[in-house]
Design a protein around this ligand. Structure first.
Ligand code: C5P
Length: 209
């Protein structure tokens, strides 16, 4: 069984995808990490984020430590959001994601285009979202907890900018797949959001899987 979890930045899709993977005993891939790893590579190579060619060259992730905390930084996330609009970058990362999705036994992947591009055949598709102000508040609390000196207004502006880039790009924009279940977590706490996702997935999966 393939479970596709898509949604905008800070919607809670990563937490939900990990919980679904644990619940169904499936491997999980956070596909945002591939774009973040490409961004980090590009920074380390001194490449220009404005250049699609330079960004595409940074998609060789063989030397990347996916546990590197730098991958989670706002700086890397911002560059990832810009270079993910390049078709050459998306194309270079496509095969790896498709292979993960189609492995024997199934998988859970979260990102922006899993249900539409990477695994349109997924049995379960969730589109996880929340109002921008709520997502910004959650991201702000997370950054503060990490000891970072951030302002709510900046975090909200960044969420809006990422939404605009993710939804407005030509290559695999963030859109809800026609057959996805919409899960708005604005008024749900984490446990309730996970319970709703498991319920939706149980209801969607084929009776034989
Ligand atoms: O989800 P996360 O914030 O880690 O993703 C980093 C960036 O990578 C996002 O802003 C988004 O633009 C991009 N991304 C994407 N397609 C995916 C996953 C992430 O374009 N499947």
């Amino acid at each position: 069984m393939i479970i596709a979890v898509d949604g905008p930045a800070a919607s809670g899709k990563g937490t939900i995808a990990r919980a679904l993977a644990a619940h169904f005993g499936l491997p999980h891939m956070d596909t945002g990490l591939l774009y973040r790893a490409t961004a980090l590579n590009l920074m380390e190579l001194g490449g220009d984020p404005e250049s699609e060619f330079a960004a595409a060259r940074a998609t060789d992730l063989s030397q990347i430590d996916f546990g590197d905390p730098q991958l989670k930084s706002e700086m890397v996330g911002g560059i990832a959001s810009r270079i993910s609009a390049y078709p050459k970058v998306r194309q270079a990362l496509l095969e790896r994601q498709k292979r993960f999705a189609t492995q024997a036994g199934g998988a859970v992947l979260d990102g922006r285009d899993i249900g539409t591009v990477i695994a349109p055949e997924a049995e379960v598709k969730l589109f996880v979202t929340a109002r921008p102000e709520i997502r910004a508040r959650r991201r702000y609390a997370e950054l503060k907890a990490r000891g970072l000196d951030v302002h709510y207004a900046d975090v909200l502006a960044d969420i809006h900018a990422r939404d605009e880039r993710d939804c407005g790009r030509d290559a695999a924009p963030l859109v809800m797949a026609k057959d996805a279940v919409l899960l708005d977590t604005s008024d749900l706490d984490q446990d309730a959001a996970i319970a709703a996702a498991i319920h939706a997935a149980e209801g969607k999966r084929a009776p034989t899987s």
